[in-house]
Design a protein around this ligand. Structure first.
Ligand SMILES: [Zn+2]
Ligand SMILES: [Zn+2]
Length: 379
């Protein structure tokens, strides 16, 4: 009997991508798995055949040899019969399916169970104000997390008793049985794979060994922290099981937007409305800072969109490397209401400045949104 073409077996084109080959194999492996076809020799044969074809086609070099020389090119390269070791690298393609079918064991790999396990990491999303991110803050957060039960110290057994080995699986947590040519292992249903039976469960945790608790943790938020940055609080995650270490708590920071300041790295930008007379004649204006204010000298003839830098008045650097700068960008403050006098004076002024004599100022952004304008300026 001549061997079937590997591509035909896997039901893919010769030009199939690795991904297509993988997913087709996955589908066939599920279809023909001995667990789904108890006692069927045909299914077993198809399952082996698909595994053999996949072992060649998933390997770049072997696939190239096969494409060139056919079966002759890859005989002795793991082909020519079912080799259970060929499965060794396949666990990834099965993922949870592997667990479902007990592939972990079939591959000769031992699945973790019962031993010490590190607790899960937790994530906490913390929103703080712009001012808090500027100054730094200390905040108490409530974390619901699983902790080791104090009453039974995590064993789940009531005082004076201890968990016993499961009689069904003899404490291994798995039941193995021969199916066709495979040795299949399944988690024991009596003990749910733990290998232990608790006949007198602890009252406090109902035998779980863990209890849900709200824990108050004080988190120190350093000055200068920005949205998306996270703090890692070591050991503040969920408790581990069977003596495993606890996980960590990640506090992910979200900083509220500020109505006046915009942050880029450690620098701040703000748009400052200045009256036309001050822009034209020059003068002192007051610039608000995140924590105070500062005088700024505007020279005569300043255009709207002009940029002034106040060194060191930006955000503090979160790693303690000083402060960023504050960039003040001027905008013309146009009064919505004018007094009679102001109106008359402006009309007088307007007569001296006919529109056609006004040169458009370079760099003026007109109707562009402020921060686009800033981007234009800074690239
Ligand atoms: Zn307990
Ligand atoms: Zn058991």
């Amino acid at each position: 009997m001549s061997k079937r073409d590997y591509y035909e077996i896997l039901e893919v084109e010769r030009t199939a991508t690795d991904q297509q080959i993988k997913s087709s194999y996955r589908r066939l492996a599920m279809k023909y798995h001995p667990d789904r076809n108890p006692g069927s020799a045909d299914a077993e044969e198809a399952f082996k055949e698909a595994a053999e074809a996949y072992a060649i086609l998933c390997d770049k070099e072997k696939r190239a040899l096969y494409d060139r020389y056919g079966h002759a090119g890859v005989s002795g390269a793991g082909a020519g019969g079912f080799d259970p070791n060929a499965f060794a690298g396949f666990e990834d393609i099965f993922g949870n399916l592997g667990d479902l079918f007990g592939f972990g064991d079939m591959f000769g790999g031992r699945r973790r169970r019962g031993g010490p396990q590190r607790g899960s990491d937790l994530r906490y999303d913390l929103e703080i104000s712009f001012e808090e991110s500027y100054a730094g803050t200390e905040t108490a957060i409530q974390i619901p997390r699983e902790e080791t039960c104090d009453t039974c110290h995590g064993s789940g057994a009531a005082a004076g008793s201890a968990p016993e080995a499961c009689p069904q699986c003899k404490g291994t947590g798995q039941l193995r049985f021969q199916q066709g040519f495979l040795m299949v292992a399944r988690p024991c249903s009596t003990c749910r794979g733990t290998g232990k039976i608790i006949s007198h469960p602890c009252q406090a945790c109902r035998g779980a060994g863990r209890v849900g608790r709200e824990r108050k943790i004080t988190a120190k938020i350093p000055a200068g922290i920005a949205t998306g940055q996270r703090l890692r609080l070591y050991g503040e995650g969920e408790h581990g099981s069977a003596g495993g270490p606890p996980g960590d708590l990640y506090v992910v920071v979200h900083v509220q937007e500020h109505p006046f300041f915009h942050r880029e790295a450690d620098d701040l930008y703000c748009e400052l409305p200045v009256t036309f007379p001050v822009l034209a004649l020059g003068g002192d204006v007051r610039v608000p800072l995140v924590d105070g204010q500062e005088e700024l000298k505007i020279p005569g003839g300043t255009q709207a969109g002009a940029r002034f830098k106040l060194r060191g008045k930006g955000m503090p650097n979160v790693s303690g490397r000083g402060h960023g700068d504050l960039y003040v960008i001027t905008r013309v403050a146009v009064p919505k209401k004018l007094s009679k006098d102001q109106k008359r004076l402006l009309e007088e002024l307007a007569k001296t400045m006919p529109q056609e004599a006004v040169e458009p100022a370079a760099g003026e952004g007109g109707e562009k949104p402020f921060f686009e304008k800033v981007k234009d300026i800074f690239g």
